[in-house]
Design a protein. Structure first.
Length: 140
């Protein structure tokens, strides 16, 4: 019985590590103007809604976002959120940002700390500039 319990535990541990490793996007990503605008709207929130999870398609053309009504919101279920994004867009999705921090790793973005964080009070120009600096937006 101990062997079966140990095997089940190991399988669960391996599966949960794979899920976490695959939820964040990585690699080259360019947001379209529409998605950059959608991300800016997400960062600013609306009313008492605070940014929570932001998912984007691998081609940067579409995505989904979740907000919460309180400051200490928890992350959603990444498996369910990715499924919802893919169902809505018809394309493969990955997580782009958590709260106001871009977590997508593209070789430029450190995906943590001040360098990857956006402020809700920034102007649109400052937001576009930060997205460009992180390698996610090039509207030329």
């Amino acid at each position: 019985m101990k062997k079966i319990s140990a095997i089940v535990f190991l399988i669960f541990l391996i599966f949960s590590n794979n899920v976490n490793a695959q939820r964040w996007g990585e690699g080259e990503l360019q947001l379209t103007k529409g998605m950059a605008d959608y991300f800016i709207k997400f960062i600013r929130g609306k009313g008492n809604k605070k940014p929570a999870d932001f998912y984007i398609t691998l081609d940067g053309t579409d995505g989904t976002a979740w907000n919460c009504s309180y400051a200490q919101c928890n992350e959603g279920d990444p498996i369910q959120d990715i499924y919802d994004c893919e169902r809505k867009t018809g394309k493969k999705c990955k997580k782009f940002a958590w709260k106001r921090t871009v977590k997508w790793k593209n070789g430029i973005n450190p995906a943590k700390g001040k360098a990857s964080t956006f402020k809700s009070k920034w102007s649109d120009a400052e937001m576009y500039e930060k997205l460009t600096e992180l390698g996610f937006y090039n509207n030329k």
